[in-house]
Design a binder for this molecule. Structure first.
Ligand code: SF4
Length: 397
């Protein structure tokens, strides 16, 4: 198999999707989401901008937008999925237009550097023997002179990732490995992302050490893929955009039923069972809440009764209830901000193991038996709490 960044990412996103796509080579019914379609149209338009520049043909913004619109209309088809139902294809088309307008205004007359390639195919060798190779396509490869190259990549997603995330990004760094190997004069390679929705450009450079580490990490990932047997599904938010939703066990039933009319939907056996299950679970929850609150009321009444009567055991038909009331010392629990200070005292006094790494219940129990100096230090963290319990004991026959 020829690997690429997108194939590796697909495996990381979901091994089952990888299997459907690259091993079983299934032809999906859902071709692509509208976001990916818009991204393609924008990429193709920007490719035209730079291709024309190479041939000394300059386009006005109006011509560029006309090209984009023609491309959109020619390629649009109704199998393109719109997940965010509150937006139409026109909304997405206009978004792409805006990206192109901003880009044009920012970079016109597009004369920074020499264009080396557009959608340029590169082969990346990860090892000396040439056993592990990847292929990729650079959106735009530029040379800015003196052995300096730039790999430009257009991003049409809504998010602007933080810079540290880009330092961990694999795609452009892999392309940098190919550029450094393929061009004899290449000394430096800059990685340039164009985040079109935010109209921002981010540039970083990788060190030789980082690129070496990337090679070995990528080889490890390829080895993992080649050893994989199970190809388990990995559910995430991205499932909504997956082109294999209609055959994936995780999403299949959702796809099958989501377009059914209301009465057919409710009559579908799976939907019916889920609804019944939810109803029973809710009823159980309501019932338990009601019983719990009744138990609390009776418990309170029983404790009051025992106080009033001055007794600690109250007789019943089959059971005797023992009423246990005690004021106990409690200490800061796990998420309490004061917990750290208590832990420090416990450690300093060599009680950490004895108190099972600070089990606050155990501490409450043994508090009075601790050395006086520890009691003194812990005293300010102590809070008295009244604990009231009822124990039932069955009567002998
Ligand atoms: S729908 Fe989700 S879990 Fe199923 S194959 Fe696609 S990405 Fe994987």
């Amino acid at each position: 198999m020829i690997y690429s960044h997108s194939r590796l990412s697909c495996f990381e996103q979901c091994p089952l999707k990888f299997k459907f796509k690259y091993i079983d080579r299934l032809e999906p019914k859902i071709q692509q989401g509208v976001e990916a379609f818009m991204g393609n149209m924008v990429h193709m338009t920007l490719k035209k901008v730079y291709k024309d520049i190479k041939f000394k043909k300059e386009n006005s913004l109006k011509e560029i937008l006309q090209f984009y619109n023609r491309l959109w209309n020619k390629n649009w088809n109704d199998s393109i999925l719109i997940v965010k139902k509150e937006y139409t294809k026109e909304n997405f088309k206009k978004m792409g237009e805006q990206y192109l307008k901003d880009y044009y205004n920012r970079y016109y007359p597009f004369d920074k550097g020499k264009i080396i390639g557009l959608e340029k195919k590169v082969i990346i060798s990860l090892d000396l023997e040439g056993k592990y190779k990847l292929q990729g396509f650079i959106d735009r490869l530029m040379s800015t002179g003196k052995g300096e190259y730039e790999i430009h990549d257009y991003k049409t997603s809504f998010e602007l990732p933080r810079e540290e995330y880009l330092h961990r990004d694999r795609q452009l760094a892999l392309y940098a490995i190919a550029v450094l190997k393929n061009y004899q004069d290449a000394k430096r390679v800059k990685l340039v992302w164009h985040f079109l929705s935010a109209d921002k450009e981010v540039t970083i450079e990788k060190t030789e050490r980082e690129l070496e580490k990337l090679k070995s990490d990528t080889i490890e990932l390829i080895k993992r893929i080649e050893k994989e047997k199970e190809f388990k599904q990995k559910v995430s938010n991205l499932c909504n955009w997956c082109e294999f939703r209609d055959i994936c066990p995780e999403q299949k039933h959702l796809v099958k039923t989501e377009s059914l009319e209301s009465n057919k939907f409710l009559g579908e056996p799976g939907v019916n069972l889920v609804n019944k299950y939810v109803k029973l679970k809710n009823e159980r929850e309501r019932f338990l809440n009601k019983i719990d609150s009744e138990i609390e009321q009776v418990k309170e009444a029983l404790i009051k009764y025992s106080k009033r009567e001055g007794v600690t055991s109250v007789n019943g038909s089959g059971c005797i209830s023992r009423i246990w009331v005690k004021d106990v010392a409690t200490f800061p629990r796990k998420n309490d901000e004061k917990r750290e200070q208590v832990e420090k005292i416990i450690r300093e006094n060599n009680l950490w193991n004895e108190l099972s790494r600070l089990d606050t219940f155990k501490l409450s129990r043994v508090f009075e038996t601790l050395p006086q100096e520890v009691i003194k230090k812990l005293d300010k963290f102590k809070k008295m709490e009244r604990i009231e319990r009822i124990y039932l004991k069955k009567k002998l026959e």
